[in-house]
Design a protein around this ligand. Structure first.
Ligand code: URA
Length: 210
């Protein structure tokens, strides 16, 4: 597994406002969307392309286009949904699948409650979206499912990560073609499984249920 922390002043600026507890839901959603687009730019650095011949108004030339099979973007419900628009804005040809996963707040174990994506992902590049890499349980379960279906290149785009979650991913996904792209690896997880300093419950802050 590879970890890529995106170091950029615009990323740091948006993340600071996301962390601020005074930021309201509409602003949080907009900033999360913008932040995902900046992370997506880095996350898609190795997206597959193919050469195409085109004509400009001036001459014939060659360029590249996103190639087939189309990349698959998989938001993990619920909070990953708030990252979808920011991701597909940069990947207009992407297909979108869905994974509904829920974390038991006592055991912190992740289980799947809904799946909507192609059974066969052989040869596909997959971008999985989840705002918070906390214990790592949800992302590990999601990524193992994507690899079981044949995905040969998986990039997880997360707004924030905890070192504990990164360590779990490294252990559980050692030797797999997985990259994690994030805006920050924070200090730690607290006893309730929240990232510190973090930004609170990402789903609640996006959807105003706090
Ligand atoms: N999920 C969240 O939404 N926030 C955390 O800090 C950890 C997990």
């Amino acid at each position: 597994m590879r970890l890529h922390v995106v170091d950029h002043p615009l990323v740091a600026h948006k993340l600071t406002t996301l962390r601020d507890k005074r930021t309201d839901s509409p602003t949080f959603r907009r900033l999360a969307d913008e932040l995902v687009t900046l992370l997506a730019y880095e996350a898609t650095r190795d997206v597959r392309t193919e050469r195409v011949d085109i004509e400009t108004p001036v001459t014939k030339t060659a360029g590249v286009k996103l190639s087939y099979p189309r990349p698959l973007v998989v938001p993990i419900l619920r909070a990953g949904l708030g990252m979808l628009d920011g991701m597909v804005r940069l990947l207009p040809t992407a297909e979108v699948g869905f994974l509904g996963m829920i974390r038991n707040e006592e055991t912190l174990e992740a289980s799947t409650y809904a799946t909507r994506m192609p059974e066969d992902l052989s040869g596909r590049q997959v971008y999985v979206l989840d705002p918070m890499l906390a214990t790592g349980g949800t992302l590990v379960a999601a990524i193992k499912e994507l690899i079981r279906r044949g995905a040969d290149d998986v990039t997880a785009v997360v707004l924030l990560a905890a070192p504990e979650g990164v360590a779990v991913m490294e252990r559980e996904l050692a030797g797999t073609p997985v990259t994690v792209v994030t805006a920050s690896v924070d200090e730690r997880l607290n006893e309730n499984g929240y990232i510190v300093p973090g930004l609170g419950d990402a789903g609640d802050r996006m959807y105003g249920t706090a």
